[in-house]
Ligand binder design. Structure first.
Ligand code: EPS
Length: 367
């Protein structure tokens, strides 16, 4: 299977299946001298993990990272960094029946059509388990971006089903299992998901991600646009069906006089563009939004076909998320950070000598 790597100068390759012995990644191109140790992966891996609240899959993985290479005496050496996480809580018998059928809305059918063989246990390679390694790789990228440029990447759940935030507070986001920015609504979300679980169904969600402190100049026109690479990276997250940069699809009803972000010497007056103009960062916060479809593995019986070419009815057992968007915030942050780090290195390689060009309109610094 190809296309398991992405990034040009900061290149991440992931490997492994949901119910295999381990998942892992190789991060190639990290500059030498970055201090990193295994304990630093804990926070973001826990933010993404299953089983941390009753509103996600109840699979319990320790997600202990082993650093196999590329780090000596606590510092990156510039050589490939290999990270490994052993799978410990697979329950493959849940997938006994699914091995013979295709879950509607899942990658089961397309993997089968493409390869003629598939690992049905836990969805194999198509499982969201793979996103663990994106988050792990991005711990390195986030740290480097913050230390080197003061960049801060963070996200939040911006919609679940019909519910949107009533108010906004970054501090609230990390204080509830939904990454929801309005604390008063958390009980509403809890009842919503509890009721949804009882029906055996699932629901979609929207996650917003913002990178503050990105300097102007990152991104390469024409075929290496920052927004192009960001859209591709975000779209590669399991279950993502839509990506917006800046105002995204809302731009369809806007006028040019409204959408353009006017410039004053003391700053831009708005950020409809999402911090990217002509594929290059403007110095404004880089903003993106993703839509995740409702989880396809649900308890409500659905029509399908089996391997023998007969009609079949599918009910998915196992420990599935009623809404994959609930724990997608760290994954969206990870993809944003990985793309930004790759482009930071690419900009430095080609244009490192250009330096600061005047006039420079101040961007917003991380708050
Ligand atoms: C997933 C199905 C579930 C989730 C899994 C993603 O796996 P299982 O049926 O083996 O419990 O738990 O998520 C993770 C294990 C993870 O770490 O994110 C799927 O079908 O994508």
């Amino acid at each position: 299977m190809s296309s398991n790597s992405f990034g040009k100068l900061f290149c991440v390759t992931t490997f492994g299946e949901s119910h295999g012995p381990a998942i892992g990644c190789v991060v190639d191109g990290c500059p030498p001298g970055l201090t990193i140790d295994a304990a630093e992966f804990r926070t973001d891996l826990d933010r993404r993990a299953t089983g941390k609240s009753r509103y996600t899959s109840q699979r319990h993985e320790a997600d202990e990272v082993e650093i196999l290479s590329g780090v000596y005496e606590g510092k990156t050496t510039g050589t490939p960094i290999a990270l490994l996480i052993r799978n410990t809580d697979q329950r493959s018998k849940d997938y006994g029946e699914i091995a013979q059928t295709f879950r509607p809305g899942h990658a089961d059918y397309t993997y089968w059509q493409k390869y003629g063989i598939r690992d049905p246990r836990g969805g194999g390679r198509s499982s969201a388990r793979e996103t663990t390694m994106r988050v792990a790789a991005a711990v390195i990228a986030k740290k480097w971006l913050t230390e080197r440029y003061g960049v801060r990447v963070r996200g939040y759940l911006a919609q679940i089903g019909e519910i949107t935030p009533e108010g906004f507070d970054w501090d609230a986001v990390e204080e509830n299992p939904f990454f929801w920015p309005a604390a008063a609504q958390v009980p509403v979300l809890e009842s919503y998901i509890n009721a949804l679980r009882k029906t055996g169904d699932s629901v979609g969600a929207r996650v917003n991600v913002v990178a503050e402190g990105v300097p102007p100049g990152w991104g390469e026109p024409i075929y290496g646009k920052l927004d192009g690479d960001l859209a591709s990276a975000l779209m590669s997250i399991n279950a993502v069906k839509g990506v917006e940069i800046g105002d995204g699809f809302a731009a369809v009803t806007q006028r040019g006089s409204e959408h353009r972000d006017e410039m004053r010497l003391d700053g831009f007056t708005s950020n409809h563009a999402g911090g990217i103009l002509g594929g290059i960062s403007s110095g404004q916060p880089v903003t993106a939004s993703i839509v995740l479809k409702p989880t396809s593995s649900i308890l409500i019986p659905g029509h399908s076909v089996n391997l023998a070419g007969e009609p079949a009815e599918v009910v998915t057992k196992g420990r599935h998320d009623p809404c994959v968007g609930i724990r997608a915030t760290p994954i969206a942050e990870a993809m944003m950070a990985l793309v930004l780090m790759d482009h930071a290195l690419r900009h430095r390689a080609q244009c490192g000598d250009v330096g600061v060009v005047e006039p420079r309109i101040p961007g917003q610094s991380p708050s």
